[in-house]
Design a protein around this ligand. Sequence first.
Ligand code: 5AD
Ligand code: SF4
Length: 424
Amino acid sequence: MNVNESAKIKSILQNMGYNVIEDVSEADAVFLNTCTVREGAATQIYGKLGELMAVKEERGTIIGITGCFAQEQGEELAKKFPVIDIVMGNQNIGKIPTAIEKIESGDFKHVIYTGDEDDLPPRLDAEFDSKKTASIPITYGCNNFCTYCIVPYVRGRERSVPMPQILDEVKVFVEKGYREIMLLGQNVNSYGNDLETGENFAVLLEEICKIDGEFLVRFVSPHPKDFGDDVIDVIARNEKVARCLHLPLQSGSSRILKLMNRKYTKEQYIELAEKIKSKIPGVALTADIIVGFPHETEEDFLDTLDVVDKIGFETSFMFMYSPRKGTAAAKMDGQLDQEVKKERLQRLIDLQNRKSKEASDSYKGKVERVLVEGPSRKNEEVLTGRTSTNKVVLFAGDKELEGTFVNVKINECKTWSLYGEIVD
Ligand code: 5AD
Ligand code: SF4
């Protein structure tokens, strides 16, 4: 979602006549698009602000902070760091031109916009870094209130985008040549719950798959509690939906899942994952996992390792729990020591790495349909691309093939990438 919003911010700035450049020291304006979902983000932002102080002194650069961290902190942020000119929430980025104008007028010390939906920029107007992948938010906000999570507080309640609008956007992006459409939402399976027209995620996916053209649909993130058979069936019968499903686990312990307010048990999660694997052959599952949630015992943690071992995620995003101000879990007793969290995270990473290598090895000798992304960074003659399961593949080929789908026979498997050759 953050990347999608950055793409929109870029487009807004370009429409104002700015060129987007990489070198911060030469910039007339800098926007830091921030995240606040985990603690680490704040430290990074403070580090960057330190760097930007010198740039501002040198060139009078306008400094804007956008994104969830800006939304959460509001005016306090500008008070704490006078180097900041603009603080702007996710729902206000359409006001960037107004904010810049105000700062340039010299009449304002800083400009703060963190209100509810206000001047949203056109959704189609986004300057994506990738020429292959376009993303489309299908819902904004979240109603789930997992006890560790700050998202419902910074992004508000769930709002679904009307289906005809999403379908039109997919058509436009496919016609423009994008080959991957990434649907975004905090809980994509609850798409449509707030619409009176009776649409749901399964119907949306099916309708998207009917759109002409060669493209793949991906989506993040589904919530295991809402992952219905209807969605599994739509995926199973539509090759256009990528064979890669992100299924956030968070914990493998039913006791901790309850404290997290996740609304499923270890057994229900395993049952769902096994059902998905049996109905969608070749699917790769990935997960988000938190270690060190309050009250997590060694036994609870072993349950997490057990699920990782049983399901064999292709890859996982693994985090140490960090308390977020205002969330229920931050107020719980039973917070764990950093050392315990670190040690558990390392054990989890070690297991996941073994599972990722096993998953990689299973591609050996197979022929995979690969979307060609272009020449690899290290060698112009080697192309890089991704399978429907999102695995990186390297193979020899002409760069004219960029943006097309080719069949590649996999000869060698490393943990994070596969090596092969084009076949007919
Ligand atoms: N501490 C650690 N990880 C968190 N996540 C969300 N909130 C926290 C937190 N307080 C993780 C979850 C989520 C991912 C985006 O970030 O695993 O799925
Ligand atoms: Fe956060 Fe839970 Fe909503 Fe995901 S589903 S955004 S983890 S509250």
